[in-house]
Each structure stands twice: as C-alpha cells, then as structure tokens.
Design a protein around this ligand. Structure first.
Ligand code: PDD
Length: 287
C-alpha cells in the first residue's frame, strides 16, 4: 500500500485516487496550492497557510471547498494516516470538472471545486545538508505572469528556470525583472548588508511567503534591521550574505550568485541565526 491521499472527501490509497481529465486544474492550470511543513508530526504555521489559501481562492473567484477548521482536521488526519513525522502536506484546490473544455469559468453553483491533498515524507527535514553547505544560484529573466501573489499551479516557467539552474550545475535560479530580483523559483530571496536584512517588498510581483512573514517578524523582534525593497544581482553579489526562505527549506543560505561568491562564500551568521530562530519559534506554535 502506498500513501493515503485525500480526494474530495475520501481518503484513498494513492493508486486508487482519481480526478477527471476534464478537471480545470489539469486542462487550464486553474488551481491554487499550498505546501505546509510538518515537524515531529506537527503542522507549522497552519493559520498563515489557511489565510493565504483563502486569499488565493478569493482573488480567482473560487469557492473554498471546506472551512478552515475542516481543513485543519483533514491535515491532521493526513498526518495520522500516513504516520508523517517530518515532511510536507501538499494541498491543491481547482475549479473542478465542468465535464468538457471551455475557457469560461463554470457556474460555481453547478461545478464544485476539486480538493486533493497528499503528504511527502522527508525524514530529518530540519537538518537538510543545504542548510550547512549553502546553495548556488544563477539569475534568469522573470517570465511568469503578473499575479505572482496568487499561489497558482501554473509552475511551468519556474520548472524551466529550475532546469536552467540544473543545466548550469547550480541549485536554483533567482528571477530578475527590470534589473531587480523578484524571488527564487519556489522561494523568497534575501540579502544581508551591514547587518540589515533586505528583501523585496510585497506586491503582485512576488508570492507573499508565509515563511517570509514569520522570519521578518522574528528578525524585528530580535532587533535586527529589516529593509523591504528591491535589490539587483550586482548588489546581491556585493552583499555580506544571501539566503532564501520557503515552507519546505525554512531559511537556507545562498553562497554563490552567477559564479560570484557572496561574502566569504560560506553560509553566513545572520542566515544561520534566522534559521535557528525560525525553527525554534515555529515548532512552539506548531499544531
Ligand atoms: N513554494 N515564492 C514562490 C514563487 C514560491 O513558490 C514559494 C513557496 C515561496 C515561499 O513561500 P512560503 O514561505 O509560503 O512557502 C516564495 C513552495 C514551497 C513550493 O512550491 O513547493
């Protein structure tokens, strides 16, 4: 038996899970998703992920398939049924199956959304080797659509950017628009200069990372200076440190950008401290 996955109210073996070929998630990438981490069997930052899901759905005029409380119960059931200790819960909501292909949205009264969840086990998620070694990134042109604040399943360009990074022998890509870094393929991007933590301000240009919000809050509480503004690749290469954040990588240092070492070329103290604080604090509020 494989993983137990969730499909529209049912918990089924992954081999038995079925979604229609007419589902708009499949035909139109008409869907949104969330990735939430689990450490020691507890869900990290659930309220943040639930709130962003609600916002993504509302921005696309999609109906929430279940309430926040029902969703939390499903998350817990998924952890329980899969005996998940460390890893992630993936959730996707699509506009559902109208029974045929049509560009126009179906009537939400007639077509209900599709809700699926699955778990990904990652033993030792909090001790990933990348946190110690740091990541190398390249810059690539930003070519996604202009509503990057909505967490949609249109992930073809981020996947292409990831492949460009792999081909270049590095770990990831930072996307650049009008000379300024927006974010990473699947994470928010930061630099540190003279003690200040610099990351792009919130707008439709980037995903409003749940980890970003938590890390900036903890940084401010620890009296660290935070500047929410754009930065260029040149500025990043001349920075003291660089790092990324996401639900699955927490805080992970970046040690090289386009072949240039950042700072000492080793993971820096600010990223290290923020990772520690983030893990400690978010474990406290995990549910
Ligand atoms: N990615 N920016 C983008 C484009 C992302 O895809 C993600 C998350 C983030 C970080 O957001 P958060 O801190 O809420 O995870 C920023 C997830 C992990 C993924 O697609 O797997």
């Amino acid at each position: 038996m494989g993983r137990i996955v969730y499909v529209n109210g049912d918990y089924v073996d992954e081999a038995e899970a079925r979604v229609s070929i007419f589902d708009r998630g499949f035909l139109m990438a008409d869907g949104v998703y969330e990735v939430t981490s689990v450490l020691d069997g507890k869900i990290l930052d659930y309220p943040g992920h639930a709130a962003r899901l609600a916002r993504s759905l509302s921005e696309l005029d999609m109906t929430p398939p279940v309430s926040d409380d029902e969703l939390l119960a499903i998350f817990r059931e998924m952890v329980e049924r899969n005996k998940l200790v460390d890893g992630m819960i993936y959730l996707q909501v699509t506009r559902g199956n109208p029974g045929d292909r049509d560009f126009a949205f179906p009537d939400p009264e007639k077509v209900s959304p599709t809700l699926i969840l699955f778990t990904q086990s990652k033993p030792g998620l909090a001790d990933s080797p990348a946190a110690k070694s740091g990541l190398k990134v390249i810059s690539v042109p930003e070519m996604r659509w202009n509503r990057r604040d909505i967490k949609t399943t249109q992930l073809l360009y981020p996947s292409m950017a990831k492949m460009m990074a792999k081909k270049a022998g590095v770990d990831d890509a930072w996307l650049v628009e009008d000379g300024m870094v927006t974010e990473g393929t699947s994470n928010n991007a930061y630099i540190v200069k003279d003690g200040a933590i610099i990351t792009r301000n919130l707008s439709n240009d980037i995903l409003h990372g749940i980890t970003r919000a938590a890390v900036l809050r903890f940084a401010r509480e620890a009296q660290m200076k935070v500047e929410e503004r754009s930065f260029s690749i040149d500025e990043a290469q001349a920075a003291d440190e660089a790092f990324i954040t996401s639900a699955s990588s927490f805080v992970t240092p970046v040690i090289e950008i386009d072949g240039t070492a950042v700072g000492t070329g080793k993971p820096g103290p600010v990223a290290g401290r923020l990772r520690e604080i983030y893990l400690e604090e978010s474990r406290k509020t995990a549910i």
